[in-house]
Design a protein around this ligand. Structure first.
Ligand code: ADP
Length: 591
């Protein structure tokens, strides 16, 4: 399908033609043929890099031409600014909403496209932002994240609430390949577009004993470094004139790899020196300084700890071909549009709390591998896993390269998610009786999936019991409503269990201490806590001894639970140092 013949607004067409997009990719053409521009709901489940953003953009501009308004949901704050940059400059107004949770942001509604995280949209719904009623097109990027334990329930509820409020709204879900797209499409009343098409050929193999094993045969890799196979794989591509993305399991590993690569690449390109100088100018922490040093020599690391400006310098340097190698945590793999000749998936094990090191899902592997190969620039892309022994070669083919993508399932019935969402439905006026609440929840993906209204009913009842006991919801006869406390908790976007813990503890206190309050906050389910190493213990125990009187929560009697207790104390100590205005670098070092 040629761009020139597309039934899309003329100015968008001209933009595409000017940037060399003269023909749609086959899955894009299929979306048009399926009726996307006539308002059909669509679920698009296609590989990474096959041009999903463009699909959404064509639909959005078609709505805007008819005075519609579009909401584009992204999974991460970092991706919101990337999408903003992509949509900008095409004659429409774009707003971005990722910031403070407890605001209505009425001015946001002046935009044609609003890019937001699902948490932000949920908060806008709770705060009853008026313009939400004007949305005519909802795009959900990476909709497979509905399966995520942490973020999925919010995404699911946001979709359900928006569709309830705006029944005529068109919905387009974009997703990497998933195992059961029919189920999700059914829930969305959507047509399904799936495809295995890719813009560049992808070769996938496993590295072992200085050779990459492909199904089609082996290829040797030169042994430059005696100790580091991952580095050899990287240098091999660089020597060929290609670039490399290396996915590792942690920020620390990403930084360590970039340093090693910098030492081996040793570029003396003046343009890199200029990038490094820009990074050095604002570098305060050790991490930022080390990034500048790496970039100067032609490598970089990339993770969620980088500032927007740092990320931009690194990404630009890579796109221009100056930076030869980026090592990254997988967080940004999905959205990061940085194709490279070779993608090395070095760490396929990841730490999961309570479970130790666990293999990543196949779908995550496919998302990372999908970044291999730059369209029109590379003859092919290569994705390489690294085996630890010969037996693992075949295993990695089975686990990842030849494995189908996982299915997605609703996570809304978990208590950790349900309490907060039930409260928000009551507080924002979506349900005024038990019956209405159940009716609403029966429209969830969970009930669509399990066909088990009764299970959901039981989960809803137990959530309501908690909320009534905690005085957040009042039940009078048939009617349910949020108390002032309940509405506040919902608008502040905190977990009702956090609020209950804070309020109960405060009611019991007659004295006050900063550290006590910080400890309380750090003990709530909302608070991300630092890990505690064995070597931290003596200092933490000393601190607990010194401040026994001021701490508000006692040590749990059960030794198995004291891990969380220590983690909360360590986090509270960090916050104390931060409020005392210790420099960031000191805080990083100490914790
Ligand atoms: P996905 O979201 O599926 O991973 P993207 O939307 O990031 O993929 O697209 C990957 C790249 O392909 C982008 O740089 C985009 O500009 C480019 N692209 C998309 N559609 C086309 C097309 N029809 N022709 C040429 N390039 C395209």
């Amino acid at each position: 399908m040629l761009t020139s013949a597309l039934p899309i607004p003329e100015n968008l067409k001209q933009h595409y033609l000017a940037s060399g997009i003269v023909e749609l990719y086959p899955p894009q053409a299929e979306c048009i043929q399926t009726g996307m521009l006539e308002g059909k709901n669509l679920l698009v489940s296609i590989p990474t890099a096959s041009g999903k953003t463009l699909i959404a953009e064509m639909a959005m501009h078609t709505h805007i031409a008819k005075k519609g308004k579009c909401l584009y949901i992204v999974p991460l704050k970092a991706l919101a600014s990337e999408k903003f940059d992509e949509f900008e400059g095409k004659g429409i107004r774009i707003g971005i909403a990722t910031g403070d949770f407890d605001r209505r942001d009425d001015s946001l509604g002046r935009n044609d496209i609003i890019v937001a995280t699902s948490e932000k949209v949920d908060s806008l719904l709770r705060n009853r932002a008026r313009w939400i009623h004007d949305i005519t097109l909802l795009v959900i990027d990476e909709i497979h994240l509905i399966d995520s334990e942490k973020r999925g329930p919010t995404l699911e509820m946001v979709i359900a609430k928006l569709r309830y409020q705006n029944p005529a709204m068109q919905v387009i879900g974009l997703s990497a390949t998933i195992g059961n797209p029919q189920l999700l499409a059914g829930w969305l009343d959507a047509e399904l577009v799936t495809s295995t098409w890719r813009p560049v050929d992808l070769r996938q193999g496993v590295f072992w004993n200085n050779r990459i094993h492909f199904r089609e045969g082996d290829r040797p890799v030169k042994q430059v470094s005696k100790n580091y196979e991952d580095l050899n794989l990287c240098l091999d591509t660089v020597a060929e004139g290609g670039q490399c993305l290396v996915f590792v399991s942690s920020r620390r590993n990403a930084e360590a790899f970039a340093k090693r690569a910098a030492g081996a690449i040793k570029s003396d390109e003046p343009a890199l020196k200029a990038c490094a100088d820009r990074l050095s100018a604002t570098a305060e922490t050790e991490m930022a300084k080390s990034l500048a040093l790496c970039v100067e020599k032609g490598s970089a690391f990339h993770h969620a700890g980088l500032s927007r400006e740092e990320r931009r310098i690194v990404e630009d340097g890579f796109r221009k071909g100056l930076i030869k190698c980026i090592s990254s945590t997988p967080t940004l793999a999905a959205g990061l549009n940085l194709p490279a000749r070779r993608v090395i998936i070095r760490d396929y094990l990841r730490f999961a709390a309570g479970e130790g090191m666990q293999p990543i899902p196949a779908s995550e592997y496919h998302q990372m591998a999908g970044r291999a190969g730059r369209p029109r620039l590379d003859p092919y892309g290569e994705a390489v896993l690294i085996a630890k022994d010969v037996g693992q070669v075949e295993q990695l083919f089975e686990w990842y390269i030849e494995a189908p993508a996982e299915e997605v399932h609703s996570k809304i019935a978990e208590p950790s998610a349900l309490y907060t969402h039930i409260l928000s439905l009551v507080a924002a006026g979506f349900a005024g009786t038990r019956h209405e609440l159940t009716t609403f929840m029966n429209r969830s993906f969970y009930v669509h999936e399990h066909r088990q209204g009764r299970l959901m009913q039981r989960a809803v009842d137990s959530a309501l019991k908690f909320l009534v006991d905690a005085e957040m919801v009042l039940e009078i006869g048939e009617h349910i409503g949020a108390t002032e406390f309940g509405s506040l908790v919902s608008r502040l976007y905190i977990d009702p269990r956090s609020a209950a813990l804070i309020v109960t503890t405060l009611r019991e206190r007659t004295d006050y201490a900063d550290i006590g309050l910080l400890q309380l906050i750090c003990s709530t389910p909302d608070m991300p806590r630092l890990y505690v190493r064995n070597s931290d213990r003596p200092q933490l125990e000393r601190m607990i001894g010194e401040h026994e009187e001021e701490l508000w929560l006692p040590m749990p009697p059960d030794e198995e639970e004291d891990e969380e207790y220590f983690r909360a104390i360590k986090t509270a100590m960090l916050l104390t140092d931060w409020t005392d205005e210790l420099p960031d670098a000191r805080i990083c070092e100490r914790y």
